[in-house]
Design a binder for this molecule. Sequence first.
Ligand code: HPA
Length: 276
Amino acid sequence: MDTAEGPRPVELEVVVPPTLEGELADVGIVLGSGLSAFAEGLPSPRFVSYDDVEGFPRAGADVVGHAGRLALADVDGLAVAAFQGRVHMYQGFDALDAAYPVRLAAALGATTLIVTNAAGGVSAGLALGDLMLLADQMNLTGRNPLVAWPGPEGGNPFVPMSDAYDAGLRELARDVAAGEGVSLKEGVYAGLLGPTYETPAEVAMLRSLGADAVGMSTVVEVITARALGMRALGISLITNVAAGAHLSHDEVLAAGEQAADRLSRLLTGILFRLNA
Ligand code: HPA
């Protein structure tokens, strides 16, 4: 037998699992730590536990603040698939697994991805409770979900990331925020592997690199979205000043609760405008 096998190519596309057969989505939304409440406010949401989605990467337990279920809803004709809780690489998953919600959203037909996350503020212009539109990202996780991906049919795996976050969607988000009276900052998100929070030296490094906020998610999801031809929008909630006073996960969740209403108004406004 020939044992000289090369690396196994990976597939980004997932098959729609039986419990979601017949479901469709226009927009996929990934809700980060403490930000899940938005899904409960969707019109007549139908919830499907991740446990009931065959193929969904599951750890032994959900990280507190991550509900672990998918909400499907119709927002005035726009089919929304909102993921309450994500898959983190710091739980031991690889980058492709971390991007599973995005891949599933794409399999359901979504062409737009909205990612939200809790993040630490790195730049001086960001304060606790701020919402920040992601203008760009730095993948500092050391992982990439496209490793061993052969590219789309007849294509190549070198996905351009010069427009990771869609300019039109950002414009729309700024517009909705202004109309809702919701303050919206804008900056660069640095994604690290975690699960440790950063040292002061690491925060100084991130600042000198040009990062405005830091977190442990999002970047591999958006890489995957771009590879799958989806446009992406990202919003961070600044839950703390990075490397500030000792930060507990509870504080991250409390900041999420405090911002839930503003984020919900922003997301709802964006969904209505996407539909218009
Ligand atoms: N660092 C990394 N991830 C985070 C932080 C932080 O300060 N706050 C919330 N998520």
